[in-house]
Design a protein around this ligand. Sequence first.
Ligand code: NAD
Ligand code: IPM
Ligand code: MN
Length: 370
Amino acid sequence: MYRVASIGGDGIGPEILVEGKKVLDAAGEKYGFEIEWTDYPIGADRYLETGELVTEDELKELSAYRAIYFGSIGDDRVRPGVLEKGILLALRFYFDQYVNLRPIKLLHGVSTPLAGKGPEDIDFVVVRENTEDFYVGIGGRFKGRHHADLQVARDLYSVKFGLDAESDAEEIAYQIGVLSREGSRRVMEYAFDLAERREKRVTSVDKANVLSDVYGLWREVFTGVAAAHPTVSTEFNFVDAVTMWFVKNPEWFDVVVTPNMFGDIITDLGAMIQGGLGLAPGGNINPEGTSMFEPIHGSAPKYKGLGVANPIATIWAGSLLLDHLGEHEAADAVVRAIEGTIRDGVVTKDLGGTARTADVGEHVAALIRS
Ligand code: NAD
Ligand code: IPM
Ligand code: MN
């Protein structure tokens, strides 16, 4: 028996997570295991009622789990960033989930906007660093004379704009990206290990041509890790160029390893080439601790409660969760059943169908049981 925590969150989160749990329960019945779910009422509703995001007690309790199944977070009634940082990022950072695993795989039966490309062309994995870079939360805003706090801002105002840095009228903001050698090494090790079990190719995506301090360190560490994995071939791509290659030649990629912010951006692009955000799963992994599995999309507030959201990304994230628990056969069966469901045409509006959220979950579960 596995104990798994579940957090529905906001918007469409709770509805899609119900379908994911339904499917994992069906996989358990078929493959001989049981999941005991414990739900945590974390999200906008509780925040608006009590002011609580994630409590200390919850963090302590959640550390007893190997896996958390997560819906999505974000609500129009709350200032942007409060829930995203206070809940989702708080969990990723607290549990040091340094690997953000995001498969970009075109399933059979799904159409991609890339002309002439098929499932054999679009099948790679983005390993996004998940605890550093611009996400560390170091930054600030300064007005008027406080510009003196940052010499660079003082220079900018006096030289470039011809303004008096002491003036109260102007304002600057900054945010710092931090990478560490160890933080880079561990996520790269994960990427290379993964590549050794796949097609043995790793691409580093960065911007070392401009942000040469942080991403210079990144490249140096990458070169060292690559030397320790001689059977894996490697390449460096700049992040701007990689957005072009994802579209033009997705078949070039096997494993992509990239710092946090670029990973965020390129995986939404990846989601589109695999058929849309409704299909893209992710895992936030700490191999030794508590990991968390979720769709990469957000809470899509406009669809909340309508029963039209696509639950496949979440169901697929459930497959990653099962893999993480060691239930590999069941994990594969979930992905096969997703493909079967698409083949049977039981798909939501975003994929051109008329099925409701619950129809999709039930169909996937039924295919697993059959
Ligand atoms: P979003 O991913 O929620 O939605 C963008 C669009 O993608 C939607 O309007 C919809 O057209 C489509 N879409 C997404 N998921 C879908 C699904 N399952 N089925 C069908 N269509 C789907 O991004 P957004 O609109 O930029 O953000 C909304 C909120 O979600 C914000 O508060 C944002 O901060 C938050 N967010 C949370 C997460 C997360 O919880 N992991 C991720 C991204 C954004
Ligand atoms: C994602 C999201 C999050 C991120 C936000 C909501 C904090 O966009 O999971 O991709 O930036 O990582
Ligand atoms: Mn994102």
